[in-house]
Design a protein around this ligand. Structure first.
Ligand code: ZN
Length: 229
């Protein structure tokens, strides 16, 4: 496993490049900077599943602080009073800082299902859904930053599980377990895929692909038209 610092350096370099690329593509400066910063921070996210230690506690603190900030616009649009917003943001902070931290400490194993490709999509979809902006592409850019950072962590874990000594390349015990789709734990795999399904449905709803509650997806709708009795 690559060290915490290596992960952070790699994802921050990637985040800087991502920001610059976004600027080049015409994304407004603050949005590009935020997307790059999210990419940098997300390079540490997968290690939320490691056993408790100071870096992990700080990581939970950072995540707990960032998510309410991303929710700011959504809360504003929901018509909450400033006091209601403060209370909601405090509740989200506490839920992540202590609730999610407790769940991770007790229910996840290091480099289990949280080190996987579906988990990378989950993290980016959470950012996408949290940041409720109407302008097209704005949320995609942020979700993309989180995905890129998360992915950089998985790739680095994968690379550092290969130990090249002389001509022989030997794989250590955790080799091949970072960029996975399924883990050996069936319940963990099911939970992660169900969460991904629910979030993807949420993203589809927000993007207006699923307007009818009875026939939520365009594919289903077409299927229903073809197979109408
Ligand atoms: Zn890791």
């Amino acid at each position: 496993m690559a060290a915490f610092k290596q992960h952070l350096m790699f994802s921050c370099a990637l985040g800087a490049g991502y920001s610059l690329a976004l600027r080049y593509l015409g994304v407004e400066p603050t949005h590009a900077a935020l997307a790059g910063a999210l990419c940098g921070a997300s390079g540490m996210l997968p290690d939320l599943d490691s056993a408790s230690g100071r870096p992990v506690r700080e990581l939970f603190g950072l995540t707990a602080a960032v998510v309410p900030l991303l929710l700011l616009h959504r809360l504003q649009r929901a018509g909450l009073t400033p006091e209601g917003m403060i209370l909601t943001m405090a509740a989200v902070y506490l839920t992540i800082r202590f609730g999610a931290a407790w769940i991770f400490r007790h229910l996840t194993v290091h480099r289990g299902m949280f080190h996987s490709l579906p988990a990378a999509f989950i993290a980016s979809e959470v950012a996408f859904l949290a940041h409720d902006r109407s302008e097209p592409g704005g949320r995609l850019v942020l979700g993309g930053g989180v995905f890129l950072g998360f992915l950089s962590h998985l790739v680095l874990d994968e690379l550092s599980s290969v130990d090249a000594s002389g001509l022989t390349v030997r794989l250590n015990r955790s080799a091949g377990s970072a960029l996975k789709l399924f883990s050996r734990s069936v319940p963990a795999t099911i939970v992660v895929w169900l969460a991904l399904g629910a979030l993807t449905y949420g993203v589809a709803m927000e993007q207006g692909y699923a307007r009818s509650p009875r026939l939520p997806l365009p594919g289903l709708h077409a299927w229903h038209l073809v197979n109408r009795p």
